[in-house]
Design a protein around this ligand. Structure first.
Ligand SMILES: NC(=O)c1ccc[n+]([C@@H]2O[C@H](COP(=O)([O-])OP(=O)(O)OC[C@H]3O[C@@H](n4cnc5c(N)ncnc54)[C@H](O)[C@@H]3O)[C@@H](O)[C@H]2O)c1
Length: 249
């Protein structure tokens, strides 16, 4: 990538108005990167973009629907002419604290569509741009649940295990093109996502962290910003750990 382009990178962050996405958007904007905050609700995305202070735009799309996602990607390209970074941070837990025999299949399908299928949809939309640029960084936000399987969260755990598998395939597919595809697997970092989750489920997850605390949004943003930087150039298909010692692999 030429140095001039490096100083004017463009990032799309899905779920960019949420807890982790927004922390990363703020980190990237501070580093001089142009950031498109993509989220379900335009007003929420606009508020997040306006709060960032640098060059940011808001785009609204449901990541389970290809057409609005394509329109969002086109809007970003039309404004800034390139896409260097895609971070898929949109996600939902679905209903939790349930055993598998109690799981509602419509809820299961929705969780898979939002958490897993969206990663493929968004990748498909930005990869042609990145291939033409011969440079790109894709980061999918998985979860410790995808590595370890959280009891009471079968849909979420399965979706995130799928994200880890998707990342491994994509890393190999695009190795040698200048594009890296990685994932990050956080343990608990308190955000809006936990507002609707039963306390028993949060306590279960937190009790398994050897550092005996939740992670912070800043810790997520610091690691994610490195993974999508030009400096992270010899790692692809990998799922980075962010679990306070819960996973050591
Ligand atoms: N916070 C944690 O403890 C934790 C741990 C592991 C993994 N994760 C993952 O990190 C990602 C971000 O989580 P968070 O904690 O910031 O959650 P959050 O609820 O604060 O943010 C998620 C964002 O995704 C958006 N979103 C949801 N469905 C969408 C859709 N269909 N289309 C577009 N946008 C949609 C929401 O509007 C929200 O702004 C998720 O993928 C989550 O599974 C979070």
């Amino acid at each position: 990538m030429n140095p001039e382009a490096a100083s004017k990178q463009v990032a799309i962050i899905t779920g960019g108005a949420g807890g982790l996405g927004r922390a990363l958007c703020a980190h990237l904007v501070k580093a001089g990167i142009r950031v498109a905050v993509l989220d379900l609700d335009l007003a929420k995305a606009q508020a997040a973009a306006a709060s960032l202070g640098g060059e940011a735009m808001a785009v609204a799309a449901d990541v389970t629907e290809r057409a609005p996602c394509a329109a969002a990607v086109q809007a970003v390209q039309a404004r800034w002419g390139r896409i260097d970074i895609l971070v898929n941070a949109a996600g939902i837990t679905g209903k939790t604290n349930l055993k598998s025999h109690e799981v509602d299949l419509a809820d299961f399908d929705r969780v898979i569509a939002v958490n897993l299928r969206s990663c493929l949809v968004m990748s498909q939309l930005v990869l042609p741009v990145m291939l033409a640029q011969r440079y790109g960084r894709i980061l999918h936000v998985a979860s410790i649940a995808g590595k370890e399987g959280n009891a009471g969260m079968v849909a979420y755990s399965a979706s995130k295990a799928g994200v880890i598998g998707l990342t491994k395939s994509q890393g190999k597919e695009y190795a040698g093109t200048g594009i890296t595809v990685n994932a990050v697997a956080p343990a608990v970092i308190l955000t809006e996502m936990h507002d609707t989750m039963p306390q028993a489920q949060i306590d279960y997850m937190t009790s398994r962290i050897p550092m005996a605390r939740c992670g912070t949004r800043q810790e997520f943003a610091d690691l994610a910003a490195f993974i999508v930087s030009p400096a992270c150039s010899f790692t692809t298909g990998f799922t980075f750990d962010l679990s306070g010692g819960r996973a050591t692999y």
